[in-house]
Design a protein around this ligand. Structure first.
Ligand SMILES: [Zn+2]
Ligand SMILES: [Zn+2]
Length: 330
């Protein structure tokens, strides 16, 4: 298995694509649709002595442009099927209804979160300006949890781990160290993947994501290959650290409401993250929303009032029960 490093000047950090060589050469993820990334990908394939036309399968971890952008043109050149989870298939396929549905939820949430006009204009310009990074239309083959996709000399098992995105899926395979997985943005080695802003279609985003972390920890993969940065040697341990991080953030959200009284998602975000620009204008209040929404469902915070403000009901909840941190086996 070969890792192909791709540039990404649009969103943070570099992206990884992966090539599984063998009977059925398979590419996992494709970067943003820009000339420099297009070049990175071709040069990366070249270094593994494959070319685009050799690809017999393309699998995508989720719909975000930095993972799916080039899939359409790679498919056009190779004829390879493109596999992605059914929940993300519509957006990757460029289905106008799926794209409009996502935009509609986004605009509704921006209103509910009370994003002020100036940052709202900035993030809208940012998002609209990057629509073309999604690249060409894709003829998608949707997959579901548990499906097996023939890839390389074996297969990839689809492990649906939603939260950061609705269709986000890991792909497990027999690697050098045992059962390993391509994990996209389910866990990353350095950052905590955004939850609540990265895919507004996800219901109960924090709870959904915590369930996925628990499931990932339970699988105890020998190694994970993320969508950004270096491989993760102890994926279960990393899932635990990220869950712990969310527990601490939940405590901070409760203390913000305790200190300042009822507040909307934008205000809570400002207390957590300070001033935001570009994509963070979406991710910051999204993250605050994910935590507030979870606290509402758990009865710690009242549902938002007409002004989008959340009122604290219980200043001393049982945080261990609110945010489960998975046990690790090692
Ligand atoms: Zn992502
Ligand atoms: Zn990503």
């Amino acid at each position: 298995m070969e890792r192909i490093r791709l540039g990404n000047t649009v969103f943070e950090g570099l992206n990884n694509a992966y090539l599984l060589p063998g009977d059925r050469p398979t590419l996992v993820d494709a970067g943003v649709a820009t000339d420099s990334v297009r070049r990175d990908l071709r040069e990366g394939l070249d270094a593994t002595s494959y070319e685009v036309a050799d690809l017999e399968a393309i699998v995508l971890t989720h719909w975000h442009a930095d993972h799916a952008g080039l899939a359409g043109e790679l498919q056009a050149e190779s004829g390879a099927p493109v596999y992605v989870h059914a929940d993300d298939a519509g957006i990757v396929a460029g289905d106008p209804d799926a794209i409009a549905a996502e935009r509609e939820i986004r605009e509704r949430r921006f209103g509910e979160w009370n994003i002020p006009d100036e940052p709202l204009a900035e993030v809208t310009t940012f998002l609209d300006g990057h629509d073309d990074l999604r690249g060409d239309r894709v003829d998608v083959t949707p997959v579901e949890d548990g499906d097996r996709i023939a890839a390389g000399d074996g297969d990839l098992e689809v492990v649906h781990l939603p939260g950061h995105a609705a269709g986000l899926s890991a792909f497990a395979f027999d690697g050098e160290r045992g059962r390993e997985a391509f994990v996209g943005d389910v866990i990353l080695p350095k950052y905590t993947p955004n939850v609540g802003g990265a895919d507004l279609r996800v219901d109960r985003p924090l709870e959904t994501y915590l369930d996925s972390l628990a499931r990932l920890a339970d699988r105890d993969f020998a190694r994970a290959w993320p969508g950004h940065r270096d491989p993760i040697d102890d994926p279960a341990g990393r899932a635990r650290v990220i869950a712990q991080h969310h527990r601490e953030r939940t405590e901070r959200v409760v203390s913000v409401l305790d200190d300042h009284g009822p507040a909307d998602a934008w205000t809570v975000s400002a207390h957590l993250f300070g001033d935001l620009s570009a994509i963070h204008i979406l991710h910051g209040p999204g993250e605050a929303f994910a935590h507030l929404d979870h606290l509402v469902a758990e009865g710690v915070v009242a549902p938002p009032d007409d002004g989008g403000r959340y009122e604290l009901l219980d200043a001393d909840p049982e945080f261990d029960e609110l945010v489960a941190v998975p046990e690790t086996k090692r």
